[in-house]
Design a protein around this ligand. Structure first.
Ligand code: NDP
Ligand SMILES: O=C1O[C@H](COP(=O)(O)O)[C@@H](O)[C@H](O)[C@H]1O
Length: 494
């Protein structure tokens, strides 16, 4: 089934933080890709806010010179030429009320109806900006025109701060006006989890505790902390990746089928699932979670200095750069099936994957008395890179005797589709402009996710992380987490 896509309604996209890294590396290139794909209306425009530029032309030139537009495919480069004329700038300090008065005047002058505000700014400003917008009357929806706010991640620092932020923003506008971004949801392969599960009889039939032994979700990164020490040293791997990206993957893999494929039906099911994750007791938070911090090593042939020697990282920092946890989901579908999650920086290979390991068949005919159980069937959903799905199963080895050999049936995205030039933000921006909240996080889902990790954050206040070498697969204690259950991590990057 293919769906005809058309241009999103005409609107002004106000980007707070338009002079920053996200706007240059991801947002504007995505808008150029969308323009090339016919997804942007001719009357669409961008109005950037920031302090460090003075004019429309100065902002446009900074996009030209960022090098990000150079990397686009030729159709998108061409589209940027027409889009750049519709990029405007309003110089201002968004912590001050004057900024919003000026913004209001500018929007009135432009004769804008539909406006989407995008908060591409440090998270500490999210609540204040929404309050300023509300007080200035900029969030009132009149004459059928929309007012929406897209909020970047991280949404909160822990359960309490996420609840406070939700309360602050929801005092200014309705939940239907907020689009909390998790860029993993913009990835085609993440969205494909729902199709793989619910559009295929073969997978849906076995997607439960009767057939599945356990599930592993991995987001392994080769990048180290780089120049993000200031942010990362206060966050760590758990906050940075788990209640958002990894839990989004988890909820797509484990949720029940929505009644309809619309935003609220899908988000209802995701929230139900997140609320069904067993909240670890203080003891479980200690025994079922592992934290690590990378020391010096080599990644992709390049030397990496220890995390504590990186810029803006405290020399005695105990912030984790690796987290692994075991979770249980209390639903009839998943009771007793462990979900193991792990993520880390400066690891040997980049790989984001979901692996479902199946239980052995009941029939023992092919079992070898000496070797024991046959290798388990596995479904490997390869999120990135080398996007695709692999099914590891057993085949008969050719020859007179009946002997089994593990083989893989592979579907590769690249063999069928071209998704290599998209950033993942295209879908999110398109949906923001069209008013489809399916791929955005709702307040209850965010709070349910923080509630699960909060006991682990509490437990980790005192402990020091376990060391691992940059370029390795993580700390030995993460292997022990599975070994004690008689299981092993899937080798990532293979
Ligand atoms: N960069 C990335 O790859 C990703 C970023 N994010 C999230 O996106 C958000 C933005 O990140 P990023 O672009 O990297 O951050 P940057 O620091 O690069 O950009 C933020 C911008 O905010 C502007 N700003 C700061 N204070 C003020 C102020 N008082 N008034 C007006 N403008 C101000 C600055 O512009 P000026 O100096 O002109 O005032 C700056 O360019 C964060 O929430 C981050 O977590 C999420 C995923 C990836
Ligand atoms: O949000 C974040 O995500 C990136 C990983 O995203 P990916 O699309 O490159 O897989 C991570 O590096 C970063 O620390 C985190 O803030």
């Amino acid at each position: 089934m293919s769906v005809k896509v058309e241009a999103a309604p005409a609107a002004t996209l106000v980007i707070f933080g338009a002079t920053g890294d996200l706007a240059h590396r991801l947002l504007m290139p995505s808008l150029a890709n969308m323009t090339a794909a016919g997804l942007i209306d001719d009357n669409f425009r961008v109005l950037g806010i920031g302090r460090s530029k003075e004019s429309d032309e100065e902002l446009r030139t900074s996009f030209d010179e960022s090098g990000c537009m150079e990397k686009l495919e030729s159709a998108s480069k061409k589209a940027w030429k027409s889009l750049r004329k519709r990029v405007l700038f309003e110089q201002g300090d968004f912590t001050r009320a004057e900024c919003y008065e000026a913004l209001k005047k500018r929007l009135d002058k432009l004769g804008c109806g539909n406006v989407a505000f995008y908060l591409a700014v440090a998270p500490r400003f999210f609540g204040d900006i929404v309050e300023h917008l509300g007080k200035a009357g900029l969030l009132e929806e009149k004459d059928g025109a929309f007012r929406r706010v897209a909020i970047e991640k991280p949404f909160g620092h822990d359960l309490q701060s996420a609840k406070t932020l939700n309360k602050r923003i929801l005092a200014q506008a309705d939940e239907s006006q907020f689009y909390r971004i998790d860029h993993f949801l913009g990835k085609e392969t993440v969205q494909n989890i729902l199709v793989a599960r619910f559009a295929n009889a073969m997978t849906e039939a076995v997607w439960n505790r009767t057939y599945i032994d356990h599930v592993q979700i991995t987001a392994a990164e080769t990048v180290d902390v780089g120049t993000r020490g200031d942010f990362y040293d206060h966050a760590g791997a758990l906050r940075d990746m788990v209640p958002n990206h990894l839990f989004q993957l988890l909820s797509m893999v484990a949720m029940e089928a929505p009644n309809r494929f619309d935003a609220d039906s899908i988000r209802d099911e995701k929230s139900k699932l997140l609320k069904a994750i067993r909240i670890p007791s203080a003891k479980e938070a200690k025994t079922n979670a592992v934290r690590g911090q990378y020391g010096a090593g080599t990644v992709d042939g390049k030397k990496v200095v220890a995390y504590t020697k990186a810029p803006d990282v405290a020399p005695d920092s105990t912030t984790e750069t690796y987290a692994a946890l075991k979770l249980e989901i209390d639903t009839p579908r998943w009771a007793g099936v462990p979900f193991y999650l792990r993520t880390g920086k400066a690891l040997g290979k980049k790989d984001t994957e979901v692996v479902l390991t199946f239980r052995p068949v009941a029939y023992a005919g092919f079992r070898d008395a000496e070797v024991g159980d046959l290798p388990a069937n596995k479904l490997v959903i390869q999120i990135q890179p080398d996007e695709g799905i692999d099914f590891d199963f057993l085949a008969k080895q050719p020859g007179p005797a009946i002997a089994t050999t593990p083989v893989t049936m592979a579907f590769r995205y690249a063999d069928h589709f071209d998704i290599s030039h998209t950033t993942g933000y295209e879908t999110l921006l398109y949906d923001l402009l069209r008013g489809d909240q399916t791929l955005f996080q709702r307040a209850d889902g965010i709070e349910a996710a923080w509630a699960v990790v909060q006991p682990i954050l509490n437990a980790w206040k005192k402990d020091a992380p376990d060391a691992y070498r940059a370029g390795s697969t993580g700390p030995a204690t993460a292997d022990a987490l599975l070994e004690r259950d008689g299981r092993k991590w899937h080798v990532f990057g293979e």
